[in-house]
Design a protein around this ligand. Structure first.
Ligand code: ADP
Length: 560
């Protein structure tokens, strides 16, 4: 800016100087021209009187050596007859001079009495100024002077003008530089953080006010952007799903903590290529597909968990600006899908076996291939298998109800009463095998569904009888433990091998299939018990020792 001001001042100074020179020179030239013209006129008038009075004698005296008559040599006087013949000339011999009848000033003087004219030399470097006057005797007296023309004068003064110009240029450079600095200095010293506190040029105040206003707006916008960025950070920070934003070249723009954990990286990967955190071919391919088609998804396994990546293209004004990757942990979902498939296969298998047995027996009976004394055995098989089918279907219906989360009304349930009810239903069954059932403890109440809790204790108690030894015992104890209300069903049965203890709660899992089937088991009892416990926010735990017995404890949350 200071350079521009410097140049402008210099240009103005140069222009002013030039204009001044031209005007002053022009005025001087004109002034002295006028002075000279008047002098010329006066000289002509005086000479005219003298010539009229003394004729040629006066003129000859002028050029003679008489000191009383001094004639300025720059003036030229010519006396011309009415026919144009030159009678006398101060500079040349009249005889040698051509007829002057065609000269404009002579012609005009003859017709108007007085005249003037100017003639330029061939080079236009000089001009001659003529004044002519008609005398009484009809002759014309003419005076002339040779002058330099204005351009010639200027050319002649070129050196002085140049010297003045250089001096003026130097002076104005120094002054312009100082002025430029002085003008710019307050501008450089402006404090734009507090625009209105500046003591600068008055003309700057509208601009400073505007800057102040805009600073306010910018601050507000920056604040809003910060708030939004914070909100965004908090949202993506609290997300369980991993989120990564890439630009169109695959550079990481943002990655949330969940995604950092997933890829085993930290914030330092921001601004780096996504390949630095994941080099898998499937992922690169999925990103390319999303860039081409708008969307893609892929599933991979990370840290033993199944992760699904949903990748979407981001566009702005129809231009692709990147991709966003969302990572979901679908381990449970995948597990549930597998469990459902296995369950369907198991159910089909479990249904098929008794049905085949029923159909086989029925066919034999129908074809009369069974001896009359064996008929009760076959019909017994049909009834037993049908009963198993009914039990199985009942259990499946029950499980599916629990899966669906169908919630009957809850109420305060007395665990001891419920346990006594379940035990009393099973007492006959236990008595058949000489097994003794005891129910002990306190009247502990929990908030729950009585029917469900009855079934849970019933299933545990039934297993305790089913997998017991003859003459064994089953103890059902209700108490308030350290963590909350507890029900424990303990038997003196065959026990469960340690490697199967965690699996007995799986649907259709049995340690000894034939024993379970022989006793009408469906493989769903413990699974239903676990579901019911979970439904009541209770934990179910199993302790078992081979040949000693098994104890299953259901612990409810305190204050339940
Ligand atoms: P089931 O209808 O076969 O009894 P459950 O789901 O109730 O099915 O039990 C799964 C398996 O766990 C049983 O088949 C059995 O092998 C084992 N089991 C359950 N309870 C006991 C127990 N009290 N003692 C020994 N084994 C048991």
């Amino acid at each position: 800016m200071s350079k521009k001001i410097f140049r402008s001042i210099l240009a103005v100074a140069a222009a002013v100087l030039l204009a001044n020179l031209v005007i002053i020179l022009g005025c001087l030239y004109r002034y002295f021209g006028d002075v000279q013209a008047n002098q010329l006129k006066d000289e002509l008038r005086l000479a005219a009187y003298a010539v009229e009075a003394n004729g040629l004698a006066y003129l000859e005296k002028l050029t003679g050596h008489d000191s009383r008559y001094t004639w300025m040599p720059e003036y030229r006087l010519t006396w011309i007859a009415a026919d144009g013949t030159v009678l006398f000339d101060t500079n040349e011999s009249a005889k040698d001079m051509v007829n002057h009848g065609d000269r404009l000033e002579v012609q005009e003087a003859l017709s108007a009495g007085e005249s003037s004219s100017v003639r330029y030399s061939d080079t236009w470097a000089r001009r001659t100024l003529y004044y002519a006057r008609a005398l009484d005797d009809g002759t014309v007296l003419r005076i002339s002077i040779r002058q330099a023309t204005a351009p010639a004068l200027a050319l002649a003064m070129l050196w002085p003008i140049l010297l003045i110009g250089i001096f003026a240029a130097l002076l104005s450079s120094v002054l312009a530089s100082r002025m430029a600095k002085r003008i710019v200095q307050p501008l450089n010293a402006l404090n734009l953080d507090h625009p209105l506190e500046n003591d600068a040029y008055e003309e700057l105040y509208p601009l400073l006010r505007r800057i102040q206003q805009q600073r306010g707006q910018i601050n507000a916008q920056v604040q809003e952007l910060r708030t939004r960025a914070d909100e965004f950070e908090q949202i993506i920070g609290s997300m369980n799903e991993g989120l990564i934003v890439l630009d169109q070249k695959g550079t990481i723009i943002c990655i949330n903590p969940a995604a950092q954990r997933l890829f085993g990286t930290d914030r330092s990967c921001v601004r780096k290529d996504f390949l630095t955190v994941d080099r898998s071919h499937e992922m690169s391919q999925a990103i390319l597909t999303a860039l081409e088609n708008g969307r893609s998804e892929t599933r991979t396994e990370r840290n033993g968990r199944k992760i699904q990546f949903d990748i979407s293209r981001i566009e702005s004004d129809s231009t692709v600006i990147g991709t966003v990757l969302l990572a979901f942990d679908v381990t449970e979902q995948a597990f549930a899908e597998r469990a459902r498939r296995e369950f369907t296969a198991n159910v089909s298998h479990e249904l098929k076996t008794p049905l085949q047995s029923i159909m086989g027996s029925a066919e034999l009976l129908e074809n009369g291939l069974v001896r009359p004394e064996d008929v009760p055995q076959f019909t017994g098989t049909i009834r037993k298998e049908s009963a198993r089918l009914v039990a199985l279907v009942d259990d499946i219906i029950h499980l599916s109800q629990l899966d669906e989360g169908i919630a009957p009304e809850r109420a305060a349930v007395d665990l001891l009463e419920t346990a006594e009810d379940a035990a009393s239903v099973l007492r006959n069954y236990a008595w058949e095998r000489g097994i003794h059932i005891s129910v002990t403890g306190d009247h502990v109440q929990v908030d729950g569904v009585r029917g469900f809790l009855h079934e849970m204790i019933y299933n545990l108690c039934e297993n305790a009888i089913k997998y017991n030894v003859d003459e064994g015992s089953v103890e059902i104890a209700v108490s308030i433990g350290k963590q909350g209300p507890e029900v424990t069903v303990k038997d003196t049965g065959i026990g469960i091998p340690p490697e199967y203890q965690s699996r007995v709660f799986e649907r259709f899992f049995r340690v000894d299939k034939s024993r379970s089937k022989a006793s009408g088991g469906t493989g769903l009892g413990l699974s239903i018990a676990k579901h019911i416990a979970q439904y009541h926010n209770a934990k179910i735990m199993l302790q078992s020792e081979m040949g000693v017995g098994t104890a299953v404890t259901v612990t409810f949350a305190a204050g339940h």
